[in-house]
Ligand binder design. Structure first.
Ligand code: GLN
Length: 270
């Protein structure tokens, strides 16, 4: 088995989860997590990946793909890596759609398209629109939609732009994982996260800019009885609930992720 020497290279550079990282790299290069030998070309490929990892590049960017809600998604520089916590947001939206007649869902700040794609995969008859301000992110989202043969209407736009919101087609659900990190959190990012686009992470001084503006601008796009569902930072449950309340949303609920931290806030438009 050849893994051990490569695991050691990563460990010596202080990379956590070195064993897992090497297995993922091996799998991508050879099709197996435990290759018994590597040809010179494969060895060079692995060494290049190890070097990128030592430089702090996230494993997901090095592999160029990552799984979200059972879907393989292409990722790379310029797009936020889908996080497992975000699957909770998908679960909650899918749950809401059970026994309701839903026609149109809008995903704001779609990034890799992970939420929009997971929803469309499970609700093939519903129209799904997805918006992002980053052309780089959208090019990944489009590629991901094509790869999975999922028809999503993508828009390149700023979700904070009033004109754009006013022209949007009405929806039954608006879902969003907007940038929500605070200035203080941006200062303390892990090395890997520093490689991800700040545009997808930074939510203004207190991290709440998007919740404030999006809730206000997009409320009129929601049908009455429609749901607004946000992923939030784990300390933002109370503040985001307040923002929804002051915009006259009802049935406001905060959901916790598998680490028992507040992660999703939903409200109903009355
Ligand atoms: N969950 C991401 C992080 O912790 C932040 C994503 C976001 O701002 N929407 O790095």
């Amino acid at each position: 088995m050849v893994n051990a020497e490569f695991v050691r290279m990563l460990e010596d550079s202080g990379i956590p989860d070195a064993d897992f990282d090497v297995k993922c790299m091996m799998e991508q290069i050879t099709g197996s997590r435990f290759a018994s030998s590597l040809n010179p070309e494969q060895k060079q490929q692995l060494l290049d990946m190890i070097q990128q990892r030592i430089n702090g590049e996230p494993l997901q960017y090095i592999l160029g793909e990552w799984e979200f809600y059972g879907l393989k998604l292409f990722v790379g520089n310029g797009v936020l890596i889908p996080r497992p916590e975000t699957e909770l947001l998908v679960d909650i939206v899918l749950d809401w759609c059970r026994n309701r007649k839903i026609h149109h869902i809008i995903d704001l700040c779609t990034g890799s398209g992970c939420i929009a794609l997971a929803l469309k995969k499970h609700l093939p008859d519903i129209k799904v629109s997805a918006v992002d301000i980053s052309r780089e992110a959208l090019s990944y989202a489009r590629k991901n939609a094509e790869y999975h043969h999922l028809a999503i209407d993508f828009y390149h736009a700023d979700v904070l732009d009033r004109n754009f919101a006013e022209q949007a087609q009405n929806a039954d659900i608006i879902v969003s994982n907007p940038p929500y990190l605070t200035s203080a959190e941006m200062q303390e990012l892990q090395t890997e996260v520093r490689h991800e686009p700040a545009l997808a992470l930074f939510g203004g001084g207190d991290g709440l800019d998007y919740y404030q503006t999006v809730t206000n601008l997009w409320k009129s796009v929601l049908h009455s009885g429609g749901m607004l569902a946000y992923e939030i930072g784990w300390k933002q449950g109370i503040s985001v609930s307040k923002i929804l309340k002051s915009n006259h949303f009802g049935d406001i609920q905060v959901f916790q992720d598998y680490e028992h931290r507040d992660r999703v806030v939903t409200g109903k438009n009355f």
